[in-house]
Design a protein around this ligand. Structure first.
Ligand SMILES: Nc1ncnc2c1ncn2[C@@H]1O[C@H](COP(=O)(O)OP(=O)(O)O)[C@@H](O)[C@H]1O
Ligand SMILES: Nc1ccn([C@H]2C[C@H](O)[C@@H](COP(=O)(O)OP(=O)(O)O)O2)c(=O)n1
Length: 241
């Protein structure tokens, strides 16, 4: 069988990270969070005081930091210049700035090349916005996760409250507005907008719990793998005839 690559795309809060990690764990696959890579570069640019409203300033610095992404679904890591930035990349400051950095073509070129190199070894679940469309259009399975704007905001608010150990200073309404702003920025940039890839299967997670989402993706992988096997069988029969 050819190397398995599962592409998981979708907007913020649709459940990509949780579902991708669950699927990777269940199947013993590697896991790559490409959003964490965009966040890590953004963290570094903020540390350096780069003017994020100036795409040329971002482009001029993009090759400076070293970036290393781990692929263990039980311990996804990201290091910038040797510093573990798993915590800081989730800060509101980074979340508020990441769309500006991710819109710069030079940033995307560097990160897409790194992502393709990691994916090249196969047997991996990769999550992001443009995995099925740009990074790995030949993936074995392409999933596009969605959920209603309200469900996504509710999930994110609950997550922030847990992190803060109580009401985390945000409301579902504020969260929904912030996510809508970021989705708009992510989907209106000129390069690689947030869109569904050809051949992707849409999974609406609004009414599904995490276990149900993981089970559905595992079912789709099984379906795709048996389709591939029967196509191979047909090709062999054709060759022999
Ligand atoms: N199907 C689901 N039902 C309820 N909550 C979910 C579901 N999938 C994910 N979550 C929760 O929603 C939040 C956002 O999920 P996450 O996987 O980080 O989404 P994304 O990577 O798409 O931004 C997390 O707190 C996660 O535990
Ligand atoms: N393949 C990707 C992944 C993320 N991005 C951008 C878009 C997002 O606003 C940021 C952060 O992505 P991340 O997946 O961490 O965001 P969420 O956890 O879904 O809120 O990076 C991208 O442009 N392309």
């Amino acid at each position: 069988m050819t190397a398995l690559v599962v592409a998981m795309d979708g907007p913020s809060g649709s459940g990509k990270s949780s579902a991708s990690r669950g699927v990777a764990r269940a199947m013993g696959l590697r896991y790559l969070d490409t959003g964490a890579m965009y966040r890590a570069i953004t963290w570094w640019m903020l540390q350096r005081g780069v003017d994020l409203t100036d795409p040329a300033a971002i482009a001029a610095q993009v090759d400076e930091p070293s970036l290393v992404s781990g692929t263990d679904p039980d311990d996804p890591t990201v290091h910038v210049d040797g510093v573990d930035v798993a915590g800081p990349i989730r800060s509101q400051e980074v979340t508020g700035a990441v769309s500006l950095v991710a819109a710069v073509p030079e940033v995307r070129a560097r990160l897409v090349a790194m992502q393709r190199e990691i994916i090249g070894k196969g047997d991996i679940v990769v999550e992001g916005r443009d995995i099925g469309t740009v990074v790995a259009p030949d993936a074995t399975l392409k999933v596009y996760l969605t959920a209603s704007a309200e469900a996504r905001a509710l999930r994110r608010t609950a997550e922030l409250n847990v992190e803060a150990g109580g009401p985390g200073g945000t409301t579902v309404e504020a969260q929904q507005a912030a996510m809508a702003r970021r989705d708009t920025l992510d989907s209106t940039r000129k390069t690689d907008p947030l869109s569904m890839a050809d051949g992707a299967v849409e999974v609406d997670t609004t009414a599904l719990n995490l276990e149900e989402v993981i089970a559905e993706v595992l079912r789709l992988i099984g379906e795709r793998s048996s389709q591939e096997e029967s196509e191979l069988d047909r090709a062999h029969i054709h060759e022999r005839a």
